[in-house]
Design a protein around this ligand. Sequence first.
Ligand code: ADP
Ligand code: MG
Length: 261
Amino acid sequence: MKKTTVLSFANNKGGSGKSTTCANVACALGISGKKILVIDGDMQLNLSLSFFDEDKVFELASGDRNIYRVIKGQTAFGDCITKTGCKNVDIVCSSTLMSGVEFELFPRMQREFVLRKAMADVVAQGIYDYILIDAPPTLGTWVINILAASDKVIIPVEASPWGLFGLANMFEFIDSIREVAPDLEILGITVTKVSERKNYFKQTMATLSETDAYVFKNYVRVDVNVEKAQDESMPVIVFNPKCRSAGEFKLLAEEIHKKCR
Ligand SMILES: Nc1ncnc2c1ncn2[C@@H]1O[C@H](COP(=O)(O)OP(=O)(O)O)[C@@H](O)[C@H]1O
Ligand SMILES: [Mg+2]
């Protein structure tokens, strides 16, 4: 039986690369032989759209087999798992109804642990090496659920002038929820959308070196293939395995895996 590591990708700043990193790290780990489940925690459905076309995502998002139905207690988590076209990668899709998740959670008993309890059977069965959760760009009860269900969290930041805005909030937020996530480890910060021709990269790395968190050595540079791949509903690693960002995501996934052991 596998010991399943639950790893979330979170940053309250939108556009920092959470969904892209989650999809590609999942895909790279899957190719390397690990069994992976990804959970789309965002009503924007970007992680779901990284694996399926709009029609399929719409079908899953509006049906009974998505994370909203799990939170509502209407469908068992295990029954929401769908295979993706990527080797060894399964998914639980999101729903646009997740826009109301905070209202759903508010009156619930032990509202911080709804996701953790829902996932418990699948985690205990040890089917997956990793469960990767893509968090939305918010800091509310739903993200607390995601973090309370996680062993570790990765914070993707964009190498841009505003990329580090809010990072202090993110650390404070994690500190403030220690009561419900006492063992949550900040695995590290991944730097995304790097353009080495611009100074922001150096500035970003310099600022990050002052934080206590580990900064992953393998960053991912800006690559048009990333958006082309998203347009074709697949991770860039599948869309164009030989392109630069595909190689960078594979190295990042290896580094993440080494750091998790
Ligand atoms: N390495 C990259 N090169 C080019 N574009 C990227 C790269 N990584 C992410 N993007 C783009 O940046 C945008 C934000 O990324 P996304 O993963 O959706 O961030 P988040 O989930 O944090 O909001 C998306 O349009 C995505 O296509
Ligand atoms: Mg996203």
